[in-house]
Design a protein. Structure first.
Length: 380
């Protein structure tokens, strides 16, 4: 099935929109999660709402696999790199410069009294802005958090032509074998967490496992772990769709999603009790490449893939804006947190209002930018 045909599949458009909204919603939860034990109700609301949205990025990656794998016949390595990496290089540079400027202007000129727990107004000065404007060549910063995805996506693009060469000749059994190995790699974060409980003290102070140490970051499962597995899973499910009845689908996927969600949400709360405010440990439970988030992602993908969604022009148009929405939405999260910082409003209502407003405004901005020949490069 060629890429253009896939773009017209209703369920693909629906899944792209859902994944994009999940990203926006999850970022709206961050400021509530960051209140931890200072405001326990806000923390718990943020955790249990945000945990539901963890399949967001994995679904985006799976959509990449759905739309691009297998590569079109005749696609060259340099041609693929030029088209795909070239396409996201301009947005990466553009938003790495624009988002810090917009955030600086908001917090220094319009709203210096924000009560967002993620924000320290003293961090927004002319000198810190300058640093943010050039250090993107090394990595994203707080103002450009969503752009971490583009750095990762470039890595996937670099690998995809190599993966494609194997996919076109791999048997179903071989695909399943690699997916099983990848599935084992999804357990690594938890093995690393619990190894010290069983007496593991690391090597020379380094707590990595299975070959990882100070002079080697590439352990046993390194080359068959991470987001690459979601690309492969999407390809597999497109080539070999699950021939399940609706009853069997729901009997398998709903409990799977529920278990994954409980591990993700309750696990985060429990981890907070032992490592209060320690993101290095807390984020392990929320890893996109953890077994619990995989369970939620797989369940959602299979359910939506099975839905007979018609190809609707408005849905396809909204789906085409999702990349732009993803790129520009983060600044509006800060604005909406202050806008809906209303006493007496339930935290979940505030989060919902933030998410819907941010998604709507970001959609409008992405649509406006898409109309210009130059500005369109920021969102396409």
């Amino acid at each position: 099935m060629i890429m253009e045909a896939k773009n017209n599949i209703g369920w693909v458009d629906l899944l792209r929109v859902l994944a994009c909204f999940f990203v926006v919603f999850s970022h709206c939860c961050d400021a509530f999660v960051a209140q931890f034990d200072v405001n326990r109700p806000a923390f718990l609301t943020g955790v249990f709402a945000g945990s539901f949205m963890r399949p967001s990025v994995p679904l985006f990656v799976m959509m990449t696999g759905v739309l691009l794998l297998p590569l079109k016949p005749g696609t060259t390595l340099t041609g693929f790199y030029r088209k795909r990496i070239g396409r996201i290089s301009f947005p990466l540079v553009g938003w790495s410069l624009l988002l810090p400027v917009l955030t600086y202007l908001y917090f220094t000129c319009l709203n210096p009294e924000t009560q967002n727990p993620l924000i320290t107004i003293g961090d927004y000065t002319a000198s810190t802005l300058w640093v943010r404007l050039y250090t993107f060549i090394f990595n994203f910063n707080f103002d450009t958090v969503p752009l971490w995805y583009l750095y990762m996506l470039i890595g996937l693009y670099l690998f995809m032509p190599l993966l494609n060469s194997w996919l076109v000749q791999a048997t179903r059994k071989e695909l399943k074998t690699v997916l099983v190995i990848w599935g084992v790699s999804l357990l690594l974060p938890y093995i690393k967490m619990f190894a010290p409980v069983l007496g593991y003290r690391g090597n020379f102070g380094h707590m990595g496992i299975w070959g990882e140490c100070d002079w080697n970051a590439y352990g046993t499962c390194y080359y068959l772990s991470g987001f690459m597995g979601y690309l492969l899973l999407a390809y597999y499910l497109m080539k070999y769709p699950l021939d399940w009845s609706w009853r069997k689908t729901l009997l398998i996927t709903l409990p799977m999603f529920a278990v994954g969600y409980l591990i993700t949400s309750v696990g985060y709360v429990i981890t907070q009790e032992y490592f209060p405010g320690n993101y290095a440990y807390l984020e392990i439970i929320w890893y996109f490449t953890g077994i619990n988030v995989f369970m939620m992602t797989f369940a959602l993908f299979v359910i939506v893939q099975k839905i007979r969604v018609p190809s609707l022009p408005w849905l396809s148009r909204l789906a085409s804006l999702c990349f732009g929405i993803y790129l520009c939405h983060y600044i509006f999260i800060f604005v909406d947190y202050d806008l809906f910082n209303l006493a007496g409003w339930p935290y979940i209502v505030r989060i919902l209002c933030m998410a819907c407003t941010t998604f709507a405004v970001s959609s409008l901005l992405a649509w406006v930018l898409s109309k210009g020949k130059f500005t369109g490069r920021f969102v396409k």
